[in-house]
Design a protein around this ligand. Structure first.
Ligand SMILES: O=P(O)(O)OC[C@H]1O[C@](O)(COP(=O)(O)O)[C@@H](O)[C@@H]1O
Ligand SMILES: [Mg+2]
Ligand SMILES: [Mg+2]
Length: 342
């Protein structure tokens, strides 16, 4: 009989890894798990409840909000508000951060940055979507939290994770001591440990990029895509192109099978499309903890100093050998471009 370890049990067990832990982070992760179950319940029957389609509102990114974006946002914020361990939330769906003022959270020291529903373009077509979260700790609980305390480099995350609402629903997270995956067992309503100590293969044969933007990509990225498509048995090329269009789903597949996900700058997104605080930092923390690599083409995503809540960054994330290869192409193309100008 397979031993069942629920997320709650696992979190408590792992608390021992942190001698000074008082259970606050454990309770915060518990609250996120609860909201994920509620969102999962609606996602699973999305066509039967009024949760598909546009919400008729636009977020600060200028993107039309889907009903499920707003619903998921409300569920996570309400769970964090009633849990008492979170003092502020920075969400993709809100221009400014949301201060949590309540009696139970007056000593709360955790900052949560969240993409409540990732892969919005896939909601209405029953393709995997997700939730991404990143957690920081305040240095003090004195006074009201200010923006500088939120705009911390990714290296200072105390935990990060994602939920994938796919053929099964999983929650994958790290607290800086490895990556573990839990699958929701609907029959007991619990996330159960199914993927202990996840390790990302050092190399892979899957590349994941929206090639529809090809002409808008920097030369180094175009060269890398050509490299992936060349016939070469020794290096198992041509590689396989896979792109779900939900970052969580593309990253999760590559975490298990090996591969690289690329979202470079494009002429329509000169800073890149994906958001540093609640998409790139948390997924970079997970992938690095699983033995992979995550950069903006030049430096670690986790070393980028954030300047604003919704700032974007180019991202190259996945199996270390593959990310190093695309960085090499980016360097070479920059070198030859500068060589041209001399
Ligand atoms: O349609 P594109 O330009 O390929 O972008 C897809 C990317 O945009 C996203 O949908 C952005 O995330 P949101 O859905 O949370 O806004 C990512 O999940 C995905 O990787
Ligand atoms: Mg997203
Ligand atoms: Mg989103």
């Amino acid at each position: 009989m397979r031993k069942v370890t629920t997320l709650g049990q696992f979190i408590i067990e792992k608390q021992a890894d942190f001698p000074y832990a008082k259970g606050e982070l454990s309770r915060l992760l518990r609250d996120i798990g609860i909201a994920a179950k509620i969102v999962n319940r609606e996602v699973n029957k999305a066509g039967l409840v009024d949760i598909l389609g546009d919400n008729g509102t636009v977020n600060i990114q200028g993107e039309g909000q889907k009903k499920l974006d707003v619903y998921a946002d409300e569920q996570f914020i309400s769970a964090l508000r009633s849990g008492g361990e979170c003092c502020v939330v920075a969400s993709e769906e809100h221009d400014d951060c949301i201060l949590i003022h309540s009696e139970i959270s007056k000593n709360a020291k955790y900052i949560v940055c969240i993409d409540p529903l990732d892969g919005s373009s896939n909601i209405d077509v029953n393709v995997s979507v997700g939730t991404i979260f990143s957690i920081y700790r305040r240095a003090t609980t004195e006074g009201t939290v200010c923006l500088d305390e939120i705009l911390q480099k990714g290296i200072y995350q105390v935990a990060a994770g994602y939920v994938i609402y796919g053929s099964s629903t999983m929650l994958v997270y790290t607290t800086g001591k490895g990556v573990n995956g839990f699958t929701l067992d609907p029959s007991i309503g619990e996330f159960c440990l199914s993927h202990p100590d996840m390790q990302m293969p050092r190399d892979g044969v899957i590349y994941s990029i929206n090639e529809g933007n090809y002409i808008k990509f920097p030369q180094g990225v175009k060269d890398y895509i050509k490299y992936c498509q060349v016939e070469d048995k020794a290096t198992q090329r041509p590689f396989t192109s896979r792109y779900v269009g939900s970052m969580v789903a593309d990253i999760h597949r590559n975490l298990i099978k090996g591969g690289i996900f690329l979202y470079p700058t494009t002429s329509s997104h000169p800073q890149g499309k994906l958001r540093l605080m609640y998409e790139c930092n948390p997924l970079a923390f997970i992938i690095e903890q699983a033995g992979g690599r995550a950069t903006d083409g030049h430096r670690r995503i986790l070393e980028i100093q954030p300047e604003s809540l919704h700032q974007r960054t180019p991202i190259f994330i996945g199996s270390t050998d593959m990310v190093e290869k695309v960085e090499e192409f980016i360097r070479l193309s920059a070198a030859s471009a500068s060589g041209e100008s001399d």
